[in-house]
Design a protein around this ligand. Structure first.
Ligand code: BEZ
Length: 249
């Protein structure tokens, strides 16, 4: 996934806006050592650091990490793939917001890496898209692709049920202390062209596979199909569904 960093910072305003309950769940203490996994440009990393913890932000995108470093020069960031990162030391907690659903190659490998990074008793606290996340948006995409005779799009996300993710955590040796599963309709403030913009922003690889001459009409069809469920007088909404959990090594 190639991120447009400037758009990420504005479009993911909701990440920091909704990050507060996650940080409260994490409850970072002064002098704790914490990893922010999938830190993006460091918006949550800086919040955690402001509570006195020592935080290392890790992200797979060089562009994100470069931006994080220039915006937060006093904090530590590293480029790393969550599927195979390793740390010399063991940390008190790993936290992750709106990132685990992008780590599709092997979710259990990510969980194993997190476990290795934690001391015994260390916490893994995260929020991610859960089963049914963006269902109306995704159905509109799949239907539009079908209408235009395009191959079924391969979606770049993993949205597990609470049971599926809890099983992976337990298989890796975690004790699950909390698993929440809830709807969180979210305003698409940075998508004036609605669902079409959402696809452009979050799934550009899907559009890259569409012949250029039909890309516009396909995205118009996505908007037409998604509008009844997601367009309000006040603007477009995304039908987000969240998993929020806390587990202990
Ligand atoms: C999410 O945060 O749930 C999400 C955002 C963009 C694409 C897919 C999921």
């Amino acid at each position: 996934m190639q991120w447009a960093v400037a758009t990420y910072d504005t479009a993911f305003g909701y990440v920091s806006a909704h990050g507060a309950p996650l940080i409260d769940l994490l409850d970072p203490r002064p002098d704790e050592r914490i990893i922010d996994l999938g830190c993006g440009t460091g918006g949550m990393t800086v919040e955690i650091a402001s509570r006195g913890a020592e935080v290392l932000g890790i992200d797979g995108s060089v562009e994100m990490v470069n931006t994080a470093r220039s915006e937060h020069p006093n904090l530590s960031f590293a480029v790393g793939d969550a599927h195979d990162f390793s740390t010399g030391d063991q940390y008190d907690a790993v936290v992750s917001n709106s990132a685990l659903h992008w780590m599709t190659r092997d979710p259990s490998a990510v969980i194993s890496r997190v476990r290795e990074a934690l001391r015994p008793g260390g916490r893994f606290v995260a929020e991610m898209g859960g089963a049914g996340n963006c269902a109306d948006l995704i159905t509109a995409v799949q239907t539009a692709w079908r209408v235009f005779g395009l191959p079924e799009p391969e979606l770049p996300w993993y949205f597990p049920t609470p049971g599926q993710y809890a099983a992976r955590l337990e298989d890796a040796g975690f004790t699950v202390r909390l698993m929440e599963f809830f709807d969180r309709p979210t305003r698409l403030a940075e998508c004036p062209d609605g669902a079409a913009d959402w696809v452009r922003l979050y799934a550009p690889e899907l559009i890259a596979e569409v012949p250029p001459e039909v890309a516009g009409p396909v995205l118009d069809k996505v908007n037409e199909l998604a509008a009844p469920a997601l367009r309000r007088e006040s603007g477009w909404m995304a039908d987000y569904v969240r998993l929020r959990f806390a587990a202990v090594r």
